[in-house]
Design a protein around this ligand. Structure first.
Ligand code: PLP
Length: 375
């Protein structure tokens, strides 16, 4: 049975070149980058070359890249330190953020009594920018935290526009860019954002590694204490092999961006065409012109088919997701879809299909065949 992986917003396959790079570093470059002997210096050199390479892809300076264990850690660090050390008194965010942001903000509200405001979401899943400006006009030290690409519905935030509004009101701007890094160009010389985060496993590198971009002189303090790694901002021996793999993967993503984006966009259009023919009552959750690698659709299936849909597809070797990955095993409705669908529509099956350059038209045909056999 051919297996079909269409859950790339959840995690991605590691590129062969990345595995090769990681294996080489694990086998040959095992020194501790904090050691001063030649083994350590060699590991340190790999670490710093990786940092430089990542910084170059995002057009920023290497000193503004801080390695972390994942996107969740980087989000937690930035938000917590903004409140604790930068004395942010209010966070403006949205109810459709990933839980790595949403739950952190709610925990900070509880612990520090900060004000939390949720910006209104338009029916197509985009941020209501007028509402954001209204909220920002209250005077209070504020951080705005809004994700770049939504991991469930693929809606895209205009980082330039939001960054300028934040600047105008003197607010800090943090964006969870976990779904967009490596999939679209981000020029940090021009985008007015203070903090962004990345997670390697979303762009064809291994799990357990990520990074934060923290603009110079931000004043952030560490989340936990120990060694002097990462300029004292993130204690703990760096996972040199993971970091080298992440840098390699990001470089490959940007080298192949145009070709891979075109390929994936074509696949998405093809899937929409086939859905229109086979399931005329279907609709797209979020903006139909959302980010090119994510499509969230509501299918016109009866209630009794809804519960088993993922199971049936899985039996056929097809992996897609219902809502976000952490919820796909449970029957809890997606907190993102809950913000935009009626109670009636929430009971119907919504599927998130997310692509990578490894997917083919045949994968789409197999998904459609799988869905037709359930209908
Ligand atoms: N933010 C977004 C938008 C995500 O999609 C994810 C992963 O699902 C995360 C944060 C968490 O990243 P990580 O798995 O590296 O902790």
């Amino acid at each position: 049975m051919k297996k079909v992986y269409l859950d790339n917003a959840s995690t991605t396959a590691i590129r062969a070149e990345v595995i090769q790079e990681i294996t080489k570093v694990m086998a040959e470059d095992y020194g501790n980058p904090s050691s001063t002997h030649s083994f350590g210096r060699n590991a340190k050199s790999i670490l710093e070359l990786s940092r430089k390479s990542i910084a170059k892809q995002l057009n920023t300076s290497a000193q503004e890249i801080i390695f972390s264990s994942c996107g969740t850690e980087a989000n937690n660090w930035i938000l917590r330190s903004a409140v604790k050390d930068l004395k942010v008194q209010r966070i403006i965010t949205s109810k459709i953020e990933h839980h790595a942001v949403l739950y952190t903000v709610l925990a900070l509200q509880k612990e520090y009594g900060i004000q939390v405001d949720f910006v209104a979401i338009r029916p197509n899943g985009e941020i209501d920018i007028t509402n954001l400006s209204e909220l920002l006009s209250q005077e209070k030290k504020t951080l705005v935290s809004l994700m770049h690409v939504n991991n469930e519905i693929g809606t895209l935030l205009d980082l330039d526009r939001i960054g300028l509004i934040c600047k105008q009101y003197n607010a800090l701007f943090h964006s969870d860019t976990v779904q967009s890094i490596g999939k679209t160009t981000i020029d940090l010389q021009t985008v007015p954002v203070d903090f962004i985060v990345a997670s390697a496993h979303k762009f064809h590198a291994p799990k357990g590694v990520g990074f934060a971009f923290v603009r110079k002189n931000s004043g952030l303090q560490p989340l936990f204490y120990g060694g002097e790694q990462e300029k004292g901002l993130r204690a703990g021996t760096e996972a040199v092999h993971q970091i080298a793999g992440m840098a390699k993967a990001l470089e490959l993503c940007y080298t192949n961006l145009e070709t891979e984006r075109n390929h994936i966009s074509d696949l998405k259009s093809y899937l929409i065409e086939r859905l229109e023919i086979e399931f005329p009552g279907f609709s797209i959750n979020g903006n139909p012109n959302g980010f090119y690698n994510i499509l969230n659709v509501l299918l016109p299936f009866s209630d009794d088919k809804t519960a088993m849909i993922l199971f049936h597809l899985d039996m056929k070797g097809i992996a897609v997701s219902r809502g976000s990955a952490c919820q796909s095993g449970s029957i809890k409705a997606s907190h993102v879809l809950a913000e935009m669908l009626s109670d009636e529509d929430l009971k119907k099956p919504s599927l998130r299909i997310s692509f990578s350059h490894y997917n083919t038209k045949e994968d789409i045909d197999l998904l459609i065949d799988g869905l037709k056999s359930i209908k």
